[in-house]
Design a protein around this ligand. Structure first.
Ligand code: PEP
Ligand code: MN
Length: 338
């Protein structure tokens, strides 16, 4: 259940309600919205006496939450969450553009890409330093050296750095350098990792597992939220189907569905979603058209020689044209590109 406080209720009143709930053996989360504060009650509250809270000072109403993902649910927080990192803004009418190579490969490669994607309009820089590769013989990433290069690129360009963390042991290390931590598709159900990033104070970009249902995806986000980190970005990156013409199948209806169920921002990864650079520009435009909260796109100065995912990487020139087209659609829809 959630306990909705009156508009003029004080923080002390909300904390007093939370204390009473906790005395009943349940867990609480205080969610301070623009209009109202809500005390979200976590745990099995079916036998608890809801009416008892209605008479507490400052309480407006007590509402049963039907969704299993309580904190991610729109029933708990109606207004969209806006997540900010440097000039990058995702959610609440802000369409954020994140771009960069699949992997950080060298100082020259990441700095050149950062300059070019910034000039094209990106506000976030992606680049994997720890890479989850299907084969143990493929390039595994530059690791901490790669993180340092990403930080240097941020220093020069001001772009917010988005990079993957693969294990709970690396969360502190990646937090030192990144502005947004990415949880890759392969780790969407690595619950220890989700809990570990839930304890840090940086936004988390959670990628959908290739075979995860929407409920599983939302419950994975719930693991992070439940640890107290309220900054979670949902990323649709395509699912595995019978179709083999594209690397994965990219369901854009996920945006509409997720936005009806959660207040968290939803971004699209058209690069992994299609696997082919020639299909990426139209899927970027489509992401704006479905009113996603942003895109994360692979861009490489020399895709043919990329150490990973070259086939799906845009050249900086094609990326620039793509963003110009996206901007026109955003303007029509009243979205602010960031
Ligand atoms: C990536 O972003 O390069 C990546 C490995 O993505 P995913 O986890 O979606 O496969
Ligand atoms: Mn990749």
């Amino acid at each position: 259940m959630i306990i909705v406080m009156k508009q003029d209720a004080t923080r002390e009143m909300a904390e007093d309600v939370a204390r009473r709930v906790e005395e009943m053996g349940l867990k609480t989360h205080l969610i301070v919205g623009e209009e109202r504060t809500v005390v979200a009650v976590i745990g099995d509250d079916r036998r608890k006496d809801r009416e008892k809270f209605e008479s507490c000072a400052g309480v407006d109403s007590v509402v049963k939450i039907l969704a299993e993902y309580k904190l991610a649910s729109r029933e708990t927080k109606a207004e969209p969450s806006v997540i900010t990192a440097h000039d990058l803004k995702l959610g609440g009418g802000n369409f954020g553009v994140i771009a960069g190579p699949c992997s950080v490969e060298s100082e020259e490669q990441i700095l050149e890409t950062a300059r070019l994607v910034k000039a094209a309009g990106a506000k976030g820089l992606r680049g994997g330093a720890f890479k989850p590769r299907t084969s143990p013989y493929s390039f595994q990433g530059m690791k901490e050296e790669g993180l340092k290069l990403l930080a240097a690129a941020r220093e020069e360009t001001g772009l917010a750095v988005v990079t993957e963390v693969m294990t709970p042991h690396h969360v502190d290390l990646v937090c030192e350098y990144a502005d947004i931590l990415q949880i890759g598709a392969r780790n969407m159900q690595n619950y220890h990792l989700l809990q570990a990033v839930g304890e840090c104070h940086k936004p988390i970009m959670l990628k959908r597992g290739a075979s995860a249902t929407m409920d599983e995806f939302l419950l994975a986000a719930e693991y992070i939220l439940d640890q107290g980190n309220q900054q979670v970005i949902m990323c649709e990156r395509g699912i595995r189907t019978f179709e083999s013409h594209t690397r994965f199948t990219l369901p854009l209806a996920s945006v509409a569905y997720l936005k009806s169920k959660t207040h968290l921002p939803v971004v699209i990864d058209p690069s992994h979603g299609t696997g082919h650079a020639n299909l990426v520009p139209s899927m970027c435009s489509a992401s704006v058209a479905v009113k996603a909260d942003g895109i994360i796109v692979e861009v490489h100065p020399d895709p043919a020689n990329a150490k990973s995912d070259g086939a799906q990487s845009l050249t900086p020139a094609v990326f620039e044209q793509t963003i110009q087209e996206c901007s026109k659609i955003a303007e029509v829809l009243g979205l602010t590109m960031s």
